[in-house]
Design a protein around this ligand. Structure first.
Ligand code: NDP
Length: 316
């Protein structure tokens, strides 16, 4: 795409980034999205260091196009991940869930393009100060970890666009061409799409979870656990327990005990739809089919262009 700073920055053809999602985005998905002309990201948050190294190596074999790694900064062995990323020659890193100042300089000194994910204007300003190359601004609609402010994508993107000069990628509630066109109208130069790619054969999510995403309807997801780390997930039995505990005003420690360890793995990777944490965005209500990553990229791009053409006829 001509005149698009994100396509130039990553050397990609289409301004579509596949979100790095724990338990869902391994090398099969990331390489498929990159091969389709977008940018695939490995979700390293659920990978032990040796697994991350293997995933990077497999991704390099599966595509000669650019791809990146998403690194949630609250990951316990973050130093190991950063070291492996540098050793393996990964050229693009998306950091999230932490302070962009911590790793940006180090990564950039190793020739890595750094993007940071934010949910609020104040964090976007910190990113620009930290010297990141681009920002992902993720609205309240998004799945997984999310901001406490509950700012929607529609409100968040123009605010950040006005305040920063580096390129902006919109995320949260974007799964279809019309939403992509809306994001561009708001000032984004690319979109980051997560939920749609969960429902693809290349995603490493359990089939039970993919089918739950396809079944999800309006109102089936909720932003919860705000006392701990806010996360948007499908309302299931586990969520009802959390809701009950929150109504009873239990302490943060009791909530952490209820959450336990490995809930996300149980739900998204092992397919336990009752006890697991099923992280997905509001846009799941509109996803009614499992499609290949390449089909999703093509459909997004074609519908995006068609919507823009149609809009022109409405205003001229
Ligand atoms: P938990 O503490 O509940 O469990 C940790 C999980 O991560 C386990 O299932 C474990 O796998 C796996 N894991 C991978 N590497 C390590 C490691 N070095 N040490 C310990 N566990 C590891 O955490 P969550 O499942 O809620 O979150 C895991 C990570 O994902 C966190 O870093 C978090 O920040 C990130 N995250 C990112 C999101 C995103 O949208 N990008 C959304 C939610 C979380 P095993 O069971 O095989 O031991």
């Amino acid at each position: 795409m001509k005149n698009n700073r994100i396509c130039e920055l990553f050397n990609i053809e289409k301004p579509i980034i596949q979100a790095g999602m724990i338990w869902c985005s391994g090398w099969e998905l990331a390489s498929a999205v990159s091969n389709a002309g977008g940018l695939g990201l490995l979700g390293s948050g659920s990978m032990y260091p040796d697994v991350l190294r293997e995933q990077i190596q497999k991704c390099k074999k599966a595509t000669n196009k650019p791809f990146g790694v998403n690194v949630p900064l609250l990951y316990p062995n973050i130093e190991d991940h950063i070291k492996i990323i540098i050793e393996e020659g990964v050229k693009i890193v998306f950091t999230s869930a932490g302070n962009p100042k911590t790793w940006t300089k180090h990564l950039k000194e190793h020739g890595i393009t750094v993007v940071h994910v934010v949910s609020a204007l104040k964090f976007a300003l910190k990113c620009e100060e930290a010297g990141v190359d681009a920002i992902v601004a993720e609205g309240f609609e998004a799945g997984g970890h999310n901001g406490r402010e509950e700012t929607t994508t529609l409100v968040l993107i123009p605010q950040i666009k006005k305040a920063i000069s580096i390129p902006l990628i919109a995320a949260g509630g974007i799964g279809f061409g019309s939403q992509m066109a809306a994001a561009f109208a708001l000032g984004a130069e690319a979109v980051q799409v997560g939920s749609r790619f969960v429902a693809s054969p290349e995603s490493s999510a359990h089939l039970n979870f993919k089918e739950a995403v396809v079944r999800a309807k309006e109102g089936d997801t909720v932003l919860t656990l705000k006392q701990l780390t806010p996360v948007r997930l499908i309302k299931n039995e586990f969520y009802l327990e959390v809701e009950k505990a929150e109504k009873e005003c239990v302490s943060t420690e009791e909530l952490a005990t209820l959450l336990g360890r490995g809930r996300a793995k149980k739900g998204m990777f092992e397919g336990n739809l009752i006890e697991g944490e099923l992280e997905i965005g509001q846009v799941s209500a509109s996803i009614d089919e499992i499609k290949s990553a390449a089909q999703i990229v093509d459909e997004l791009m074609n519908d995006f262009k068609n919507v823009i053409e149609k809009m022109k006829t409405l205003v001229l």
